[in-house]
Design a binder for this molecule. Sequence first.
Ligand SMILES: Nc1ncnc2c1ncn2[C@@H]1O[C@H](COP(=O)(O)OP(=O)(O)OP(=O)(O)O)[C@@H](O)[C@H]1O
Ligand SMILES: N[C@@H](CCO)C(=O)O
Length: 333
Amino acid sequence: MAVYTRLGAEEMAGIIAAFDVGTLISAKGIAEGVSNSNWLIETEQDGTGRRFILTIYESRTEVAELPFFLDLLDHLAARGAPVPRTMHDTTGASHRLHRTAEGDKALALIEFLPGVSVSEPTPGQAEAVGGALAQIHLAAADFPGTRANTMALPAWQQLLKDCGREGLESLHPDLGTLVERELAQLAQSWPTDLPRGVIHADLFPDNVLMLGEKVTGLIDFYFACTDLFAYDVAVTHAAWCFGADGSRFDPALSEALLRGYMAVRPMSESERRALPLLARGAALRFLATRAYDWLNTPADALVTPKDPMAFARRLQFYADPANADLFAQKMPV
Ligand SMILES: Nc1ncnc2c1ncn2[C@@H]1O[C@H](COP(=O)(O)OP(=O)(O)OP(=O)(O)O)[C@@H](O)[C@H]1O
Ligand SMILES: N[C@@H](CCO)C(=O)O
């Protein structure tokens, strides 16, 4: 379920009329996604059918940050990266404010891209995703915007502190100890001097649209920020190489993802050496947000929180000395 804002037919037609995209034919609420309200919009313009995604931003997205996210889409799309363009309204604005019963909310109309999100990726698909990730890292090199990573180590520390040791141990008796040990080690050794730029920071399979082994769309840039490129590789590795419950590390997916990335943007020796630590950080980042949501989502909420233990298992895997050579051995030169 992800349509939090109710819109009548006339209201929807009025929203679409502010953009030069033709006449509204249909608007269907999209079930996937949890943060914002999304609709698939069909219009007709000069006898041609067109499709878009309408997003109404709910409370989790800061309106002041929308220009960074939306301008970034335009910038990457203009450089040939597989990301949707933002449709600008007739005044040239990338987003608009819409009056609703709960107050003004921002909205944007985004190009619809074909493709589906895979749930059991193949090595060929992982390789293509690695390549697309490197492509956006390179394509954003001359993007003028910057945004601090609001989901970096200090945020994990705070979220995990808010969960409390008891809360974490209610998820698993060993989780408090694991988290404490990892937080301390990461705080001590987190690298700061590696190549950085704009990263996606949340490139899970549900944020990638694919047709066969081709990436047709990278979406959901609402965690994009300025941070280490190699950390983005680590996030994508954690998201793609373990199966949904985090217990099935797949070396073929890992190798293919890294090969795909390196073919487009070769990583330096220091980036490669940092990957095991960055992967522990990536696993802890999603463990932190998921544990917090798990412990703080009311039982009658519309959304089901995601399983934090799926990322505790990844964290244990990355932190296990037996897997220390994971990136070194599998990394093509
Ligand atoms: N540009 C696009 N082209 C085609 N489909 C899209 C596009 N953008 C979004 N979608 C569809 O809408 C769904 C919800 O989008 P999205 O994941 O951005 O929602 P969200 O609520 O903002 O995200 P999240 O759940 O990660 O917080 C996607 O799973 C995808 O099916
Ligand atoms: N991708 C995140 C959700 C926030 O986008 C997760 O799976 O925990």
